[in-house]
Design a protein around this ligand. Structure first.
Ligand code: GLN
Length: 547
């Protein structure tokens, strides 16, 4: 059975709990352990699939097709362990399961209560697969004291009691504010946060304190004394230039050692941090810079495209160059000529998205990249836009468009080169959906195989001809336009195994123009940059040498 680390937060939100959890996972791996990370979110949405990226940042999709919290992306990027649908749960999901069971009569007429029914459901979830790994790291979203978080805190308190002593520890992340006027770091908010935690029966074993200034020994001792933790379990978390410095920084602060001590594991296995040393070396020893324009819709909130931003950084690391990504609102190109906006960039990326707003601008960006021979990577909607652009401007289908926009507008305006798919093959069964299905979970989601054409650019980039990538979309490029578009130089170089669903397109006679129906960014890691991103950045470096 796994040992458990529960990670909670206090004082304020956005302290980097997900990052601390992910870094701890990486450090335990470096000591030879297997880990799995899990996120428990108190919000009432059943999953983040229906939340706007403005609200909640990116939706991270797992191989098994779950739409989950973006923290699972951090977990994967730091540990390389592929997340599963069962690694993310919300209050909404827990309550809907409890209510379904109640309707089915599973509770045999009992009164359904938060304790024990909701808390039991949470504990059952926490236990899934606990015989598979050495450590299970469970992060609780939000901060201690939040009303909707209470059932989760109660469940993890009980969980600590259910397990044998020494198999569960609690790590609490807080903030030490710096008061410039008096030149002091303040420990009081942390003391209050721990008090709050203890009032619900949880005594933290480890305190991780975010601080913009070095924490003096005196303050560490004070925190230890007042919060009832060991002095060497007060871990400082300072601001870092890059999130990928976190594993090394936490290691130097003694986090992994403190965790192993808290479990009574002595002697602790020695860590092998070569992977992270290399990552930090690549970050610090990069030469030059390439500029990549990301032409999208959700440009105000960087978290909306979190994995893309990270994958570009990884692509930079693969080439030992810095990537400066700049976000451009696609709608601008509907009013203005894209050329002056895009000329300063060495490469253009059009990411995924939903709805018609901004799409004509994305089509213009694709046209600019194709005609000016600027490296272009189109992801999901970004591939669909590239296909529409080629259909209109190369194949002469002036009204080419996507059924998505006609559905949205409630009228038929476009020839649907991108259409609404209602039936497809998933593994060995046929998945179906209706146009009016609920919004949640009606997409082609999760890992699907694609076969790459022999001799194509993508086959060369991947170094393979069969790939598996993650999807999240309702619409597909219609294969019936394949011949026409290929005649004009837009090759369908990746297809679903049954040959019905175009997965990749590329422009012939172009230094680098690739559109993919899936989301390669979800599988990129700092220590294993995704081949598409690594090669896209390489192409950008080449383009930068031409100017
Ligand atoms: N809106 C498009 C679709 O549903 C693209 C989705 C995406 O980019 N993730 O097919």
């Amino acid at each position: 059975m796994a040992r458990y680390v529960f990670i909670t937060g206090g004082v304020v939100s956005s302290l980097g709990k997900g990052l601390a959890s992910a870094a701890l996972g990486a450090l335990l791996q470096a000591r030879g352990y297997t880990v799995r990370l899990r996120k428990l979110d108190p919000y009432l949405n059943v999953d983040p699939g229906t939340m706007s990226p403005f609200e909640h940042g990116e939706v991270f999709v797992t191989d098994d097709g779950a739409e989950t919290d973006l923290d699972l992306g951090h977990y994967e990027r730091f540990t390389g362990v592929h997340a599963r649908g069962t690694d993310s749960v919300s209050s909404g999901r827990i309550y809907s399961t409890v209510l379904e069971k109640e309707r089915r009569g599973d509770y045999l007429g009992k009164t359904i209560q938060v304790i024990p029914h909701v808390t039991n459901e949470i504990k059952d979830f926490i236990r899934i697969g606990d015989d598979e790994v050495d450590f299970m790291l469970c992060e609780i979203g939000g901060t201690v004291g939040d009303i909707e978080g209470l059932p989760f805190f109660e469940a993890i308190r009980q969980f600590g009691q259910d397990r044998p002593r020494g198999e569960v520890i609690f790590m609490h992340l807080t903030l030490l504010p710096w008061i410039a006027a008096s030149g002091e770091l303040k420990t009081k908010p942390t003391q209050h946060s721990v008090k709050e935690l203890r009032s619900i029966g949880i005594a933290p074993d480890i305190l991780v304190c975010r601080s913009e200034k070095p924490i003096p020994q005196k303050e560490r001792e004070k925190l230890a004394l007042f919060c009832n933790v060991r002095p060497d379990s007060v871990i400082a978390a300072y601001d870092l230039k890059s999130i990928y410095e976190a594993p090394m920084a936490y290691h130097q602060e003694g986090l992994d050692q403190a965790v192993l001590d808290a479990f009574g594991i002595t002697p602790a296995p020695k860590p092998n941090l070569a992977v992270w040393e290399d990552v930090v070396d690549r970050l610090h020893n990069a030469e030059g810079e390439v500029r990549v324009a990301i032409v999208g819709k959700y440009t105000e909130l960087e978290d909306a495209y979190k994995s893309i931003a990270e994958a570009l950084t990884h692509g930079g690391m693969a080439n030992r160059t810095r990537v400066r990504a700049e976000w451009i609102d696609a709608e601008i190109f509907e009013r203005e000529d894209p050329a002056p906006h895009l000329e300063p960039f060495h490469a253009i990326l059009v990411p995924g998205g939903f709805g018609e707003r901004g799409t004509e601008g994305k089509i213009k960006a694709a046209q600019f990249a194709r005609e000016r021979k600027v490296p272009y990577l189109g992801i999901c909607l970004g591939m669909q836009m590239a296909v529409i652009e080629a259909a209109r401007n190369l194949a002469g289908l002036k009204t080419a468009g996507s059924e998505e926009f006609d559905h949205e507008a409630g009228k038929k305006r476009f020839e649907p080169v991108v259409y609404h798919l209602k039936e497809w093959v998933q593994g060995n069964h046929t998945a179906k959906r209706r146009v009016d299905d609920d919004k949640g979970g009606t997409m082609r989601l999760g890992a699907y195989t694609a076969n790459l054409s022999h001799g194509s650019k993508v086959a060369e980039v991947y170094g393979r001809e069969v790939i598996e990538e993650r999807h999240r979309h309702r619409y597909e490029v219609d294969v019936k336009y394949r011949e026409k578009l290929e005649e004009e130089g837009l090759c369908f170089s990746g297809m679903s195994p049954d040959g019905r669903l175009p997965e990749i397109v590329e422009v012939k006679d172009h230094p680098w123009f690739i559109g993919v129906q899936f989301h390669p960014e979800l599988k990129s890691k700092p220590f294993a940059p995704h081949p598409l991103f690594a090669d896209f950045v390489r192409a950008a470096v080449e383009a930068s040498r031409l100017v």
